[in-house]
Design a protein around this ligand. Structure first.
Ligand code: NAD
Ligand code: TYD
Length: 340
């Protein structure tokens, strides 16, 4: 069995690579990643020596990179994590890189999967394709598709291309739509690692709007086990929601992090809201639970403790990221917000 993971040097991808190598010692795994600002081989140093693991630098939006890779290897499964993944960047820095990676890249992978007769293709999608919930209810796989920001719109486009490859050409595809992940190796531009890093350095914690936007948080290892279950057990063409069953307002998460680090709430600063900011996400994962026997195994309290401990023990990993280009990004993104 040989599996291709794309975007395996990113947050969820690197956790998934590790999960696969640990759980399937007889399986070969190739990790293709373009190593954008979000890709970091330091997240995989413990996997490098594994004889079943190969890293290839390449871009899913380059036909030549993909055709060469698929011609060299005979893949049994492709799992596509590769994407531009940060909503704020898609809003403030333009979305051409999002369209290229998240839409064109997916089509190129689908074409290669068809051409080289790969038995199964998995697209790692997101709950953001459903848009925002009102005060009641949860997203099911039947919910309307209503993306509200450029990132979500590109992920939605990819979902439709994946669906079309199945309906038009009979490609065996499966799709997961997961809620907000947290855990080790998450790039410190996303809420939880940003707040841990800022709090541990006594820096301001910027909370958008009134802080009452709700996300459904899942520990990354539970997302990895969910993807694995869908990959190996789901019917061709199926879509599964995966969530952490822990939907809470952002401000609660931020206060909890401050408490865990024994830092004062005076570090919190309410800043200008994100445009088109989705108010509430909450997942109904009952289909995955019923069909696949999957459910999250980490409580939020367990996951956040593991995460805070990991960031405190691995300062080198994120301190290196938070120098150089990151500083420029942070200033561009937050300067006017923090000054207002
Ligand atoms: P990430 O930004 O940490 O990692 C993305 C990885 O993709 C990086 O290693 C980057 O180098 C690579 N990449 C980007 N463009 C590429 C290209 N053109 N070719 C090859 N590699 C490329 O993202 P993440 O948080 O790990 O998310 C992974 C996937 O999971 C994404 O598809 C995202 O939409 C989806 N997802 C994320 C979450 C979340 O909470 N983070 C939730 C649901 C779904
Ligand atoms: P984020 O981690 O960017 O994930 P997503 O936008 O994909 O849900 O943001 C999670 C929530 O936290 C979202 O409601 C925006 C909010 N947020 C802040 O309040 N401050 C911040 O500095 C960031 C990065 C996010």
């Amino acid at each position: 069995m040989k599996i291709l993971v794309t975007g395996g040097a990113g947050f969820i991808g690197s956790n998934f690579v590790r999960y696969q190598l640990e759980h399937y010692p007889d399986q070969e795994l190739v990790n293709l990643d373009a190593l954008t600002y979000a890709g970091n081989l330091e997240s995989l140093t413990d996997c490098e020596e594994n004889p079943n693991y190969t890293f290839v630098k390449g871009d899913i939006a380059e036909v030549s990179d993909i055709e060469k890779l698929f011609a060299e290897h005979s893949f049994d499964m492709v799992v596509n994590f590769a994407a531009e993944s940060h909503v704020d960047r898609s809003l403030h820095l333009g979305n051409d890189t999002f369209i290229r990676a998240n839409i064109l890249g997916v089509q190129i992978l689908l074409d290669a999967a068809r051409k080289f007769k790969v038995p199964r293709f998995m697209q790692v999608s997101t709950d953001e394709v459903y848009g925002s919930l009102g005060p009641q209810g949860r997203f099911t796989e039947e919910s309307l598709i209503q993306p509200n920001n450029p990132y979500a719109a590109t992920k939605t486009s990819a979902d439709f291309l994946v669906r079309a490859a199945h309906k038009s050409f009979g490609l065996d595809v499966v799709t997961t739509r997961c809620s907000n992940n947290f855990g080790p190796f998450q790039f410190p531009e996303k809420l939880i690692p940003l707040m841990i890093a800022n709090a541990s350095e006594d820096k301001v914690l910027p909370v958008y709007g009134d802080g009452m936007h709700i996300r459904d948080w899942i520990y990354v290892e539970d997302h990895c086990s969910g993807i694995d279950a869908v990959l190996r057990k789901a019917k061709p063409g199926s879509i599964y929601n995966l969530g952490g069953d822990h939907d809470v307002p952002n401000i609660e998460i931020v206060k909890l992090i401050l408490k865990a680090l024994d830092k004062p709430e005076s570090l919190i600063k309410y800043v200008e809201d994100r445009p088109g900011h989705d108010r509430r996400y909450a997942m109904d994962s009952s289909k995955a639970k019923a069909d696949l026997g999957w459910s999250p195994s980490f409580t939020f309290a367990e996951g956040i403790k593991l995460t805070v401990d990991w960031y405190l023990a691995n300062k080198k990993w994120w301190e290196r990221i938070r120098s150089g280009d990151y500083l420029k990004y942070y200033e561009e993104m937050y300067q006017s917000r923090l000054n207002n």
